[in-house]
Design a protein around this ligand. Structure first.
Ligand code: NAP
Length: 250
């Protein structure tokens, strides 16, 4: 089996019986990952802020032959309070009783201004949704993840989370922070059966990309379905022991 996560080839049951929560699975890369994980045998917990969009993905998963029935967790990461996170974690514990994978995928791109012009409130919102929410969700789900004998947390990074670029402001800073959060979590669990890694999906044909680059030729971009291999690798058994690292999908 290939060890380059970008070219990872996997069997049709590589995520069999794993319970995996994917944030922002109502659209884009998160939605594509939820469908693929369900095809590969996982029981998926669909998270997002829009119940109607999540129900559509839920129905798409039910239509997959042999897929486990998913569940839905609605929580707006921009406004959620401590009770919201606790309720979500308690419902995973009570309804399913297990969690083997957590994918932090939901994010917003926010304003594209210079640092000089960036509005502080808009800055805070991006940092909150992209970073603080990932911290808060990880924290409440850690007891369940630690109880798994092969747990994987996957954070979503970006090219601008590795090298800063003009006018990417809070989004770039938030993705640098995500890389740091993933490494801290990995180091805190270096003797445990929990791994933590980052994936940068690269330029992908989604709503977020359209918002950031409205004029580009979208036909040249990879589809969400084409960037999933590193996520599947990190969520499945072949990445056991791989932690504190950052991978690219393209
Ligand atoms: P997308 O199509 O815009 O999807 C983002 C998802 O996050 C949607 O499900 C969205 O929900 C959800 N979300 C946003 N704000 C939320 C909130 N406050 N509470 C709960 N859910 C929220 O974006 P994408 O391109 O698939 O991006 C997925 C990840 O890849 C992000 O972390 C992004 O930074 C990263 N990334 C993307 C690219 C790219 O080219 N696309 C490149 C590098 C990194 P709604 O459906 O309700 O909007």
């Amino acid at each position: 089996m290939s060890t380059d996560p970008r070219a990872y080839k996997y069997s049709g049951d590589v995520l069999q019986d794993r319970v995996i929560l994917i944030t922002g699975s109502s659209d884009g890369i998160g939605r594509a990952l939820a469908l693929e994980a369900a095809r590969l045998g996982a029981q998926v917990i669909l998270h997002g802020r829009n119940a109607k969009k999540l129900e559509k993905v839920y129905d798409e998963i039910l239509a997959i032959d042999g897929a486990a029935r998913p569940s839905i967790a609605v929580l707006d990461l921009a406004s959620a309070n401590a009770d919201g996170y606790t309720t979500l974690a308690n419902s995973v514990a009570d309804d399913i009783g297990r969690l083997d994978g957590l994918v932090h995928n939901a994010a917003i791109v926010g304003d594209r201004f210079s640092i000089e012009q960036y509005d502080a409130v808009a800055w805070q919102k991006v940092m909150h949704v992209n970073v603080t929410a990932s911290f808060a969700l990880t924290q409440v789900l850690l007891p369940l993840l630690r109880a798994s004998d092969d747990a994987s947390v996957v954070f979503t990074s970006s090219g601008v989370g590795r090298t800063g670029r003009a006018y990417w402001g809070a989004y770039a800073a938030s993705k640098f922070a995500i890389e740091g959060l993933s490494q801290v979590l990995a180091d805190e669990h270096r003797h445990a059966s929990l791994r933590s890694n980052c994936v940068n999906p690269g330029a992908t044909r989604t709503g977020m990309r359209l918002e950031a680059f409205p004029a580009e030729d979208r036909s040249l971009l990879k589809t969400p379905e084409q960037v999933l291999a590193p996520y599947i690798y990190l969520l499945g058994p072949d990445s056991r022991g791989v932690t504190g690292q950052s991978f690219d999908s393209q």
